[in-house]
Write a protein that binds this ligand. Structure first.
Ligand code: SAH
Ligand code: SF4
Ligand code: F3S
Length: 464
């Protein structure tokens, strides 16, 4: 497909890269991954990436619809881009605006109606058709492409490791599963990303091997419900994410594996065994619970009790005692009482998180939560969020402090702030600053943590 579009008359030869694209990514890691793949598709169509919006001939917003604020951000950004487009037009220069991602999927036509300066609206399942959409838009047509495509977009995108001029990365995301069938009553994801689809094992193994051959040492498997991934092994037997991890662990040269985001309902025995057996599987787990009250969990349609979540955490900790836990929380879900909120606080105290995200409930039109009675007042949500975040911050800082004096493996990832320094990643997903040479990027070295800042650690190379 990219070959075809590359031969269209208004496109420079592949690699010539005369046009520039600035991609702004909102939302989750799935969007980060998608932005990378869109950049690859555009590179094959003659676009070079830029970090400077003013230099760009195309600005692509890869958007998030999860909370009202996230979606509104897109429209304010579009307002600014409209002015920029006018100024560029006055100079006789092309400037195109594309909206991709979950707002594109959810709002489609409405986006170009609200903001006519937008040239292309493209959903998360159709972005392999982005080059064609831009060609069409250049003829003056406004393009909205948010159908769920019948073809598999991943099969129609350039090999991410073969894109000319792309720097080597030490860590990479690999989308293994997309969409969600869980229908938590607060959430738009089942509507913006569609139903659950798992990518087949052989394709994932091939893509993972290619990434490792290109220098990747740490792979993070992605999915809205990554642990709902399922497939078939070579013998046609049904397998799940745990089995996939065992298979990936055999790839020579790969040093580390992670996965995100998981649902407590899909943490099966095999996956827990993988945490026990695979040293390569890093001791960090993002396992959102959202709330600590059974009443609220039920109203959210999470389909488990708070005590089941705590018991699950205990099981995981019993096989991997050093595992760091991360979570997501929503305060002020409709009907949440003071007592329900106290139950959330109690659960947080019991679990003790290394890291967490917490949000005020945001009403999303079209979700069942929007129609529930007893919406919580904004000032109550604000107060609850502040209390929860204070507790989570305390736990996060205690976790960071507990690292001081520890010796650990560090995967050297990128240049640090100072010359002669590199930033690496600890097994527990922390950024660690250490004195090292840039030729060591991609190496795993032993370091001793000397100090902890609020968001990163400092280390010295450990002797021997
Ligand atoms: N699939 C993941 C989460 C995806 S969305 C899971 O099931 O856990 C990421 C986080 O955004 C959610 O975990 C939730 O905490 C938050 N979120 C989703 N919808 C929200 C809403 N309407 N209001 C506030 N926070 C929300
Ligand atoms: Fe949203 Fe729930 Fe699906 Fe997570 S599991 S994406 S919160 S519906
Ligand atoms: Fe946002 Fe879509 Fe991710 S709504 S959180 S970008 S799946």
């Amino acid at each position: 497909m990219t070959q075809e579009t590359a031969s269209l008359s208004d496109t420079p030869a592949p690699g010539a890269n005369t046009r520039k694209v600035f991609i702004k990514t909102y939302g989750c890691q799935m969007n980060v991954y998608d932005s990378g793949r869109m950049a690859d598709a555009l590179a094959a169509d003659g676009y070079a990436p830029t970090e400077v919006m003013e230099e760009a001939d195309l600005v692509l917003l890869n958007t998030c619809h999860i909370r009202e604020k996230a979606a509104e951000k897109v429209y304010s950004a579009l307002g600014r881009l409209r002015e920029h487009k006018k100024a560029r037009a006055a100079e006789g220069k092309e400037f195109m605006i594309g909206v991709a991602g979950c707002v594109a999927q959810a709002e489609g036509e409405e986006i170009s109606r609200r903001e006519p300066a937008v040239d292309v609206v493209i959903g998360p399942q159709t972005y392999h058709r982005l080059p064609q959409a831009l060609h069409k838009a250049r003829t003056g047509e406004r393009v909205v492409d948010t159908e769920y495509a019948l073809e598999d977009k991943f099969e129609h995108l350039p090999d991410p490791t073969k894109v000319i001029g792309k720097p080597r990365s030490v860590t990479a995301f690999l989308t293994v599963q997309e969409g969600c069938d869980k229908f938590c009553t607060f959430c738009v994801v089942p509507y913006t990303r569609g139903s659950e689809v798992s990518r087949p094992l052989t394709r994932l193994l091939t893509e993972a091997r290619r990434l490792v051959d290109s220098g990747v040492r740490e792979l993070t498997l992605l999915g809205q419900n990554v642990n709902a991934w399922h497939g078939e092994d070579e013998k046609g037997r049904a397998i799940g994410l745990g089995d996939l991890l065992y298979k990936l662990a055999e790839i020579p040269g790969l040093a580390r594996l992670r996965y995100t985001t998981s649902h407590p309902r899909d943490m099966d025995d095999r996956l827990i065994e993988a945490h026990r057996d695979l040293r390569m599987l890093m001791p960090y787990l993002h396992l959102p619970v959202q709330a600590g009250s059974d009443r609220i969990l039920k109203a959210m349609n999470r389909r488990h009790k708070a005590s089941e979540y705590v018991a699950l955490i205990e099981r995981i900790r019993s096989v991997r005692p050093d595992i760091a836990l991360s979570g997501d929380f929503i305060v002020g879900f409709p009907g949440e009482t003071d007592q329900d909120f106290e139950d959330t606080m109690a659960l947080v105290r019991e679990v003790n998180y290394a890291q967490a995200y917490s949000f005020k409930y945001s009403t999303r039109p079209g979700t069942p939560g929007a129609d529930l009675p007893d919406h919580v007042a904004e000032d109550v949500k604000t107060e609850r969020l502040a209390r929860l975040q204070a507790l989570l911050l305390e736990q996060q800082q205690a976790f960071m402090q507990s690292m001081v004096g520890k010796t650990m493996d560090l995967l050297l990832e990128k240049p640090g702030r100072m010359p002669g320094q590199l930033i690496g990643r600890s097994p527990w997903l922390q950024s660690v600053n250490v004195d090292a040479m840039s030729s060591q990027i991609g190496d795993i070295i032993q370091v001793r943590i000397t100090a902890a800042g609020p968001n990163s650690l400092f280390a010295e190379v450990a002797e021997g």
